[in-house]
Design a protein around this ligand. Structure first.
Ligand code: PEP
Ligand code: MG
Length: 338
């Protein structure tokens, strides 16, 4: 009975956070957003009070069909998400297939290592027809509300420039045809070590970064995220991964752009003090994680989290990182779900 009562009390405390801002004790504002795979998920998540969508995975429109969706079908799906958000930001990721996700209407090459092959934005650049249709649909949907477009799996400045140019060309083609469109912010996912290590240079090319910790962990640790054989080695809190995230946060701060996290680590309350301290200002996650993460944000100070972040990247293992984070939270009365 005592345990049940404590749980109910905890749920009430968390629910009371719904309409409060995610702001640290010393006034650093963090935006808490959700990850979605379909527009309908926005309505279902409203009970948790999200401030926007930090990752809209658009693959649902492309899977299980023999031909790619047309521009109008895509426009309608994206506009539905924009309308459901009523002015809040929608970060839309362009088609991210390849590796483990294969589409029947694409002529896939034979590759020994598909996770290192033609996937994400690389596919978009290799198939400009697909990219152009999606970008035109996004720009048209942006006439109804704010959209930030985000490209997955980027490693070079050249790719970023070509992708930005594709956005500009799509916009110019709509203008020529007199079709209404909006403006979009253009950003990249940082999910390769190359993008993280080159973040200072890439920050000059984009409006924002969003760290994809799922792939960033896979590529940094050389651990296939889908393999059971090496699952024990997969650890997003490995200091090597944290060091890359810190690099991204600091690069964004210097360049005056924003940096978010949309991989699983973004919804991990234990990681919140590190991410905030690393300079990340937007966290995107499963809706159910929002309140716990908000509770941590509201219970810490940014200046202390900054020092903590520098300390954590110098530790020797994910275990040490976890231990230190638990201690940091406990000292502030923020023991997580016991
Ligand atoms: C990621 O890699 O962290 C990410 C958010 O993208 P996905 O999980 O869809 O690869
Ligand atoms: Mg990814």
């Amino acid at each position: 009975e005592q345990a049940t009562a404590a749980q109910a009390e905890r749920a009430r405390r968390l629910a009371a956070l719904r309409d409060l801002p995610a702001v640290t004790r010393d006034g650093r504002r963090i935006e808490l957003a959700i990850n979605i795979g379909r527009p309908e998920e926005i309505g279902a998540a409203e009970a948790y009070g999200p401030e926007g969508v930090g990752l809209f995975r658009t693959e649902f429109l492309f899977l299980d069909r023999s031909r790619p969706p047309g521009e109008e079908e895509q426009r309608q799906a994206y506009a539905a998400a924009v309308r459901a958000l009523r002015g809040r930001r929608l970060v839309l990721r362009t088609l991210d297939v390849g590796a483990d996700k294969r589409l029947p209407f694409i002529d896939w090459p034979e590759e020994m290592n598909p996770a290192l092959g033609l996937r994400g934005a690389r596919l978009g650049l290799a198939r400009p027809d697909l990219l152009r249709t999606q970008l035109r649909a996004v720009l048209r949907a942006a006439a109804e509300g704010p959209i930030s477009v985000m490209f997955p799996m980027v490693t070079t400045r050249e790719e970023v420039r070509r992708l930005r140019q594709a956005v500009e060309e799509a916009a110019a083609s709509l203008d020529r045809e007199g079709i209404p469109r909006g403006r979009v912010e253009v950003g990249i996912m940082v999910e390769t070590p190359a993008a993280a290590l080159a973040a200072r240079a890439l920050a000059r090319e984009v409006d924002f970064f969003s760290v994809g910790t799922n792939d960033l962990t896979q590529y940094t640790l050389a651990v296939d995220r889908t393999s059971q054989e090496v699952a024990a080695l997969y650890d997003a809190l490995h200091p090597a991964v944290l060091r890359l995230i810190l690099e991204v946060g600091r690069a964004a701060e210097e360049a005056g752009i924003w940096a978010g996290v949309c991989g699983e680590l973004g919804g991990e309350p234990l990681a919140t003090p590190f991410l905030v301290g690393a300079g990340i200002t937007e966290l995107s996650m499963h809706p159910r994680a929002l309140w716990e993460v908000k509770q941590v944000v509201r219970g810490i100070r940014y200046d202390e989290a900054r020092r903590l972040a520098e300390e954590l990247v110098a530790l020797a293992s994910g275990e040490e990182v976890r231990h230190r984070l638990r201690g940091f939270l406990a000292e502030r009365g923020l023991a997580l779900d016991a």
